[in-house]
Design a protein around this ligand. Structure first.
Ligand SMILES: [Zn+2]
Length: 172
């Protein structure tokens, strides 16, 4: 778990540490924890503050890289116009016009708002049954984990946890 200070400041540079989380059999990913500690995000809070402001599920998804059960969050089949923001820092991430409802039961978008989402390699591979790495989608402002960018039916789509989002309906 050691790397040069310069490397630790590089967002993508922490990805190689992911195997440690698998070895520990933990839902909390070591590579994500290392990234959140090492990278200077615009919004940064001590773990205790995140735990106070987030539910256990929200904390697991956003700060530990967890995945909510399929079809467990009502956003998966929502179609109202509005904006989906990061529950941890309120940064607007996704517009409803780019949302698509798919039977897998997470919250899918064709793309995010510009400069809202950072990507990383998640080597714990939750979207691939643990058989390979996946592209992770994280909040640009606070580094929270939101889901993965996956290929479905020849489309590249953001597969996002509803628990990490706050929906604000469009003004009518
Ligand atoms: Zn955020």
């Amino acid at each position: 778990m050691t790397s040069a200070p310069l490397d630790r400041r590089t967002f993508l540079g922490t990805a190689a540490l992911g195997s440690a989380a698998i070895a520990a059999g933990s839902s909390a990913r070591a590579d994500l924890a290392d990234r959140l500690d090492a990278y200077q995000f615009e919004v940064n809070r001590p773990e205790g503050e995140w735990r106070e402001m987030l539910s256990n599920l929200e904390f697991n998804v956003l700060r530990e890289g967890g995945t909510e059960p399929a079809r467990s969050h009502p956003y998966w089949e929502a179609s109202e116009p509005g904006v989906y923001s990061c529950k941890a820092c309120d940064l607007p991430l996704y517009d409803s016009e780019w949302k698509v409802i798919l039977p897998m039961g997470w919250v899918f978008f064709y793309h995010s708002r510009p400069t809202a989402i950072l990507t990383d390699i998640d080597r714990s591979g939750p979207m691939t049954g643990g058989t390979g790495p996946a592209i992770e989608a994280a909040c640009r402002r606070c580094g929270s984990h939101h889901g993965h960018i996956v290929g479905i039916n020849n489309e590249v789509i953001h597969c996002i946890n509803g628990a990490g989002l706050t929906f604000t309906p469009s003004a009518t």
